[in-house]
Design a protein around this ligand. Sequence first.
Ligand code: DC
Length: 227
Amino acid sequence: MAKKIVITIDGWSSCGKSTLAKQLSQKLGYLYVDSGAMYRAITLYFLRNNIDWAEKKEVKDALKSINLEFVFNPNSNNSEMHLNGENVEYVIRDLLIAEKVSDVAAIKEVREFAVAQQQKMGTKKGIVMDGRDIGTVVFPKAELKIFMTADNAIRVQRRFKELYEKNPNITVEEVKDNLEMRDYIDSNREVSPLRKAKDALELDNTNLTEKEQFNKALNWAKEKIGE
Ligand code: DC
């Protein structure tokens, strides 16, 4: 049987991390975990329950009431985020969540809560996880670490297209401001800021098609697996 590895994909918002991670996991028969969905679901819980996340005790107590689970949906061919038994995969993609998630993800207790679960999912290897700190903090010993980048304008266009399909009132400006704000907070926070791991391979997909990007990453994976 082929050796199983851990693949981490980190990078800026809307670089296409999840697209690549899903394709790699399907090709390799690996588990795919979208770690951002966990921070988004925690944010949704905090908003719904009026949790004041400046208050440590409130955050700690709230986390005790949060159960996160990825449930495979054969219709969408995707593992979807369930928060306390409710499928929240669609609602966590809303701009309202995107506006707050970086603040919530910067909280130490929130990160400890999410990272512990993420590390558990990877104990058997055979996993592709995308996020911001996966190669640096969650799986520092991962066999393949990819750090994705793309030009800002392209990232804004991609995210705009995605959000516009759900909400035609959204503007390019709003999307641009949100991306810039999240990138700033994600890379400047004290706990586990977004960084390229020293041993990560950089994948700039500004001028790559999806297919070209996939082939490049798949070749890297095959080298690490030893095929
Ligand atoms: O990948 P995404 O856009 O769904 O992530 C949502 C937010 O969660 C992002 O702005 C930063 C945060 N995040 C994080 O801090 N660490 C991760 N491993 C994944 C996401």
